[in-house]
Design a protein around this ligand. Structure first.
Ligand code: IPD
Ligand code: CA
Ligand code: CA
Length: 269
């Protein structure tokens, strides 16, 4: 395990990189920028790429030898047990449309376990941070998950994969079950922020399918450090390389699992 001083140094550098990338995002929103297609509806903007370059170069300069798993450029191997997992701009569709709901997500894995997470929501100037075993914070103040239950009184969130029109695992059945069982379901378009909001008690639960490690690595640590629960959709242990996530305040977790199980039973495979 890294020492406390090492973690502090990692956190300081990750926070600075996230805030600088966030400032760039804020300054470029509602301006002209190039947009490319990674798939039929899966966009990438020049701002995603510029943010990734900025974050990776700052972290690599500070910690030479560390590995990087970043959304746009993929995996770069270093020679240490550390791996930075980076979504330079989570919520790209929102950003490209001028819908101001997106963030930077940076996590650090040590020997396969996430030990640090930083999520920066520049439009609200909100910086969510967590270090394993040290609690979760928003702009330096401790945050906790909500205690709200049952599910009928809960506000939960989800999202849909980019291949939604081409694959049966499109999350629609789950959405119907949860919308029927909860007070409300939100689909805001940035998975990392959904998780940060569960950590801060602003959402009570969140589930999604087919996410990538960079969407969830920082957010899952925030949720567990804020006292919440994160599992796969079978209720078993979750790693950021799993495809089906369920995160909650703990109090509604089993009810959410039951709703997802009902949806699975009804789904033709
Ligand atoms: C996406 C967002 C969205 C989620 C998608 C993700 P991106 O990430 O987090 O909320 O529903 O599954 O891929 O492409 O904006 O970084
Ligand atoms: Ca993402
Ligand atoms: Ca992204």
């Amino acid at each position: 395990m890294p020492t406390e001083q090492e973690l502090e140094q990692f956190l300081k550098t990750a926070k600075a990189a996230a805030q600088e990338a966030g400032r760039l995002q804020k300054s470029r929103l509602w301006s002209d920028f190039a947009v490319d297609f990674k798939g039929e509806i899966d966009l990438v903007t020049e701002v995603d790429r510029a943010c990734e370059e900025l974050i990776v170069s700052q972290l690599a300069a500070a910690f030479p030898g560390h590995s990087f798993l970043a959304e746009e450029e993929g995996f770069q191997r270093g020679d240490s047990p550390y791996k930075w997992i980076i979504d330079p701009l989570d919520g790209t569709t929102n950003f490209a449309h001028g819908f101001p709901w997106f963030c930077v997500s940076i996590a650090l894995e040590f020997q396969g376990a996430v030990v640090l997470g930083v999520i920066y929501h520049c439009m609200m100037d909100e910086l969510f941070t967590a270090v394993k075993g040290g609690g979760a914070f928003l702009n330096g103040r401790p945050i906790r998950v909500s205690s709200r239950s049952p599910l009928r009184r809960a506000l939960v969130a989800t999202g849909f994969p980019y291949d939604v029109a081409r694959d049966n695992e499109n999350n629609f059945g789950n959405f119907v079950e949860l919308q029927l069982a909860a007070r409300g379901v939100r689909r805001a378009g940035a998975a990392a922020l959904d998780l940060a909001y569960v950590a801060a008690g602003r959402l009570d639960g969140y589930w999604e399918v087919k996410l990538k490690p960079w969407d969830v690595a920082a957010g899952t640590l925030l949720v567990t450090e804020a006292g919440g629960r994160v599992t796969n959709q079978g209720g078993e242990g979750y790693t950021v390389y799993d495809h089906r996530i369920l995160a909650s305040n703990g109090a509604i977790h089993d009810e959410m699992l039951e709703a997802l199980t009902r949806a699975r039973a009804a789904r033709p495979d």
